[in-house]
Design a protein. Sequence first.
Lengths: 301, 342
Amino acid sequence: MLSQTLKYAYFPGCVAQGACRELYQSTQALTQALGIELIELKKAACCGSGTFKEDSQLLEDTVNARNIALAEELNLPLLTHCSTCQGVIGHVDERLKECQKQDPAYLEQVNGLLKKDGCLPYRGSTEIQHLLYALVKDYGLEEIQQRVTHKLSGLKCAAFYGCYLLRAQKYMPYDDPYNPQAMENLFQAVGATPIYYRGRTQCCGWPLASYATKQSFKMAGMHIQDALDSGADCMVTPCPLCHLNLDSRQPEVEKVIERKLGLPVLHLPQLIALALGVNPKQLGLDRHIVSTRPVLKKLGL
Amino acid sequence: MQVLFKIIRQTKNSPHQVQTYLLETEPGNTILDCLNRIKWEQDGSLAFRKNCRNTICGSCAMRINGRSALACKENVGSEVERLQIQKNAGSQLDPIPEIIVAPMGNMPVIKDLVVDMSSFWNNLEAVEPYVSTDARQVPEREFLQTPEERSQLNQTGNCIMCGACYSECNAREVNPDFVGPHALAKAYRMVADSRDTDAERLEKYNQDTAGVWGCTRCLYCNSVCPMDVAPLDQITKIKQEILADKNVPDSRPIRHRKVLVELVKQGGWIDERAFALQVTSDYFRDLKGLLSIVPLGLRMLTKGKFPLSFEHSEGTIEVRSLIESVQQQRGQGSGVRGQGLE
């Protein structure tokens, strides 16, 4: 047993409160099943998904310094369940921690803006952690394995990590960003079989989806095909933005690459919660664009 | 230390094959040292590019254990260390460390590790990587640049044109029109140069998806660049210049950026319904754009996925005023081009 209850300041992000509410729901269900305590940051704001920076670096840093300070106030690590939120906020945290030593004037500028608008200053006293690494590093694969009630035997899972989780932060102590293992290890811990394919570390195409649809869907299509051809029953992603392009847009993707796909795409907490015996209904698995029924059928659920 | 080199070999227009070479190495041996020894001691037919062996010329970029890098910069020791991280994370690995060497991506193979870089060079040429002609008409005295102005060119000036970023670029893979990260990093070097007077530069880089909007922000270029040029950061700076220019007409990629910031000011979080509508339909002015997302909306409705409500962040007022303060401060000191004119 874990010696103490894990507790996080939970940053829900936009997509999990909007088009992917099933992610919000399944993170709740999973953490409850594992006895992880989440304090939701109700006053937090959008991380900017890499777009604030295109307006200005100061905007990205300031808004996210505020987000981080909300977690610091609670003396808790900030938990994300989105690769993009993780990469953006995690990188801001890295940069600002460096500034504490190398460019205190810039940090003062950021904190000056925060104070002026009645926000707490950034202190650099916490960590930014994605749910994936909270599970494999903080909670532990063995602990998860012990709690599995429905082994996902025979289910072939293709991980789709998301760019920002792998390449936005400088330091990645657990994984090699070009050949990560965390998702695959989790699959094995719950009895599923990992599928290795090139696409798992590549871009889903979401950032282009609003204006360069053809290129964006070609990108998604390439990786979905690759996963299918490697024998995957489903994709599993720790990023709801990837989920939007891979699942919600899959019918359009099929048109662009002229091939029927129909590959279910699961959110990471949905998959793990299934193995812990959580009811599929509670995980919003009926609210995907590509039906998840083949996955449930294969698992006998 | 014994190392097994698995080299992906290929001749033009034929399928590749894997050839293995066992080598006795020291941790300090570079991958290039090892390739040289393979060529000199075991197999003279192996083809690869090399020159300075000192991370200056940029000739020996290739894919080493899954990512593009300079063979003269990476060594056996650091590759074995990477394998160790993978092993600690649970990978099943063979007792003799394996180093897989493959040609760069996004360019056709000529032979073995030598690729045809024509598109790479043509795309560089396409951004006109020269300080503009006006500025090159020799005046009575030299062009003077302050140390601050010169320092703007340091990071992009470090590029050695090795092709590592281009090789991994996810956007280039699906879009042959996209000029690529190396070209856009150089493009920013021109934008930032106080001597450049080409007024149309930003307009050119703003075109369709050939320029900055073709980038999908996969971050591979930043991650693999051996010289810390951080091409994505340079692309971002060009976007900042374009977005700050009020004379640039709204396009969909530009609306994507502006609407996002506006919606965060309104709700703290993004109301995705408003986002999709405003970006694609241009506030109902672009009917074709609007129609293009109708199927998505309907699909989401039938699956119960469509968000029927939106909840503001409890910190909305704070965030709005924070964003406005940042925008005000930024308005006082605008982008590099603005500063150059002062």
